[in-house]
Design a protein around this ligand. Structure first.
Ligand code: PMP
Length: 317
């Protein structure tokens, strides 16, 4: 789907997966005018396919587009493009329990421009790929390395939108953490190097004395759709949930820690390393009780195993 500076996206077309042509002066290649989204399609036991809250992804892309001075497809256009792409590739949606189809919408400044300014043309793309677990061991606990030298985002920056540049800034810290045997990086705030923000591609939660807390969205953290959904589920299960500033010391003192995101779903954290200290949570190879309870409740809705009384899922056929 394409649009010029009038901001109106024309009807898109389905084309076989493959390289796209881009002008070397395209704004996305030079000035990072690019946004991405991530969703999953699951197959229910009756063979039908479910999307999870696609309207939320469409809205988040529109907020990001506004920040980057880009026109964006309407919510209806976004959801329709996702639906058509998934239906055209439905043979790739794995059977129930065997994974899901990952959906990657992208909005890029594809028009050529020299000098920092919004692109004259934009392209909206959706591609899909079947996937299993993000971390190699699935629901078994992951280990995080706390990063103090590099930050994911700074106040006034673009940390709260899903723009491509945010991921460029995490690659080296993530590689370093993986080389040291950790699953991912835990980022702290860039002002005090003390408040917990998030992980490279997921939000973080802690449980202490049965109260669930997650960092407050202050402009440097991506407002995760899984985060928002897990907060709602936890509240409906009777948990007290607080969105507040969390220091690294408070996180290290938690009873349980877990991460949420479309790719990671809900991954328990088994250990966090901070400076010379490694803190382990619960029994080393098992998810905590609250993490297990929330994982079960969340995935049951996402995979259509229980009735979706809130209307979060969109059935495609
Ligand atoms: N934080 C970052 C930096 C991410 O890339 C993601 C993945 N989109 C998340 C959090 C989780 O967001 P969501 O639950 O919408 O996938």
């Amino acid at each position: 789907m394409r649009c010029s500076s009038d901001g109106v996206f024309t009807k898109g077309e389905l084309v076989p997966y493959g390289p796209i042509e881009l002008n070397p002066a395209a704004a996305v290649l030079n000035y990072g005018q690019g946004l991405l989204e991530g969703l999953r399609a699951h197959r229910k036991e009756d063979g039908s396919i479910l999307l999870f809250r696609p309207h939320e992804n469409a809205l988040r892309m529109r907020i990001g587009a506004d920040r980057l001075c880009m026109p964006a497809p309407s919510v209806e256009q976004f959801v329709e493009a996702v639906k058509l792409t998934v239906l055209a590739n439905k043979r790739w949606v794995p059977p129930t329990g065997k994974g899901s189809l990952y959906i990657r919408p992208q909005l890029i400044g594809s028009g050529a421009i020299l000098g920092v300014a919004p692109a004259p043309q934009y392209t909206f793309i959706v591609f899909v790929c079947p996937v299993g677990h993000y971390f190699k061991d699935g629901l078994s606990p992951i280990s995080l390395l706390t990063e103090e030298e590099y930050h994911r985002a700074a106040p006034g920056g673009t940390g709260d939108i899903k723009t491509i540049g945010n991921y460029a800034s995490v690659v080296s810290a993530q590689r370093r953490a993986k080389e040291k045997g950790h699953s991912d990086v835990l980022y702290l705030d860039s002002v005090h190097n003390k408040f917990v923000e998030e992980v490279s591609s997921c939000n973080i939660f802690m449980v202490k004395d049965n109260v669930i807390s997650t960092p407050l969205l202050t402009g440097t953290i991506l407002p995760g759709i899984t985060r928002k959904s897990v907060i709602g589920i936890a509240q409906s299960l009777g948990f007290q949930v607080e969105e507040c500033n969390i220091t690294i010391d408070e996180l290290l003192g938690a009873d349980e820690v877990f991460c949420t995101g479309t790719a990671v779903v809900l991954s328990p954290v088994g250990s966090i390393t901070y400076r010379e200290r490694k803190v382990e949570y619960g029994k080393s190879q098992e998810a905590g009780v609250v993490s297990q309870q929330l994982y079960a409740a969340f995935t049951a809705i996402q995979k259509g195993l229980v009735e979706d009384s809130i209307g979060w899922t969109l059935q495609l056929n």
